[in-house]
Design a protein around this ligand. Sequence first.
Ligand code: GLN
Length: 490
Amino acid sequence: MNYLELSLVEAVNLVRTGQVKAEEILQSYIDRIEEVDGDIRAFITTVFDRALERAREIDSRKEKGRLAGAVVAVKDNIVTRGVRTTCASRILENFVPPYSATVVERLEGEDAIVVGKTNLDEFAMGSSTENSAFFPTCNPWDLERVPGGSSGGSAAAVAAFEAMAALGSDTGGSVRQPAAFCGVVGLKPTYGRVSRYGLVAFASSLDQIGPLTRTVADCALISEVISGFDRRDSTSADMPVPNYLSEIEELPDRIRAGFLEEAALKGVNSEVASSYFKVRDLLSRLGVEIVELNFPSWELALPCYYVIAPSEASSNLARYDGVRYGLRERASGLAEMYVRTRTAGFGSEVKRRILLGTFALSSGYYDAYYLKATSARRVIARELKSAFEVVDFVITPTTPEPAFKLGEKQDPISMYLQDYFTVVANLAGIPGISIPCGLSSNGLPLGVQLLARPFDENKLFKFAFLLENNIKFKNNMYGINNRGRRKNEN
Ligand code: GLN
């Protein structure tokens, strides 16, 4: 049996029923990482020995958890006890956390096995993984292209069969955009649904942790385990978590789906637009009621996000001062030590965000920028709320274009424009999932984004499952060898 081709749900069933050993499956994944990761570079750190030890321990037990034997990768801005957590930044290059994030504890508590920590844009700021202080990750579908970001390592690892699933974080699209670029499924849960205890904070009113997987059912199972109240995160919601997976095949009789009008897609890549309208036609053939939405505030979302996110980041990143942990540069006095440490420790995008945020919050500019952005945010949330009085889901492309080439976007604004469709969900706190919906003419994956009302993840999974079954997207990345060519090519 080729273990890599099993879905997470299938693999876990085999391990739980004792038909296959967790160690055997894990070994296939370790071999795979050794075969392809030299080219893909999804991982900053791998922890094979620790993982094998855990697998053997799981195999030795009769009682096994709900994720027994699931091989997962964790974005390197989520802390793991005793395992280096860098945020892909020089400032945390040698930081070994003394505790694990709640999500990691919950995964491991159900016998999932963490195989390594994945690459990202430094402090999750970016859309291509090129802002990593260490190295960029390559898209498994085309090694000359980016995997998206900031959870690019997580998406690439899952797409290239280096892990069954991965955790990412999504502040403005960092789970959904790389999922779309790599042809995998990615969920940003409702704000408060998943504990962020142990997620290194970027923008606290926007950050959520979410899974990346190869199937919607796998995403539902991981979500079931990581969701739910945590007293260590004051923004965590005390709401019951439904059985996402066992209910995934049920569907309400009447579904109303809102689509953006054609005019709202001007400037969007033509293949992205046509795949979007294909999804609309497919749903309408499936009996879904299609509603055309007019969304005047959508355009406000990106500028609003790029004021709020840097403002919060400038405050959150003040803690990296060289005093308690992380990098410390030598200096003759305290002020000089701060300056030298932060100058050496942060990359240019992180510095840009700190400058932007500090500016937007400073006296004399606060009203014009930060305050204005918070009122735009309210307008967006209100408009979305009235849309959800008419429809159950809002559907958009996930990204304005398919994966671009490494080094192609030098101008920060062109990188920010990647987030056009995704930031709305973070600003409004609603859940959103990206699923693959086809391939471009040059063979790159395209994604479609489904948004739902707060805490409607359950419905979102059912709807995404229906769509996935009808789109029948095939991830053929298992066939690539370590040079990024298919095995049957020369
Ligand atoms: N690309 C966006 C940014 O650079 C989103 C990042 C994220 O979601 N972490 O801010």
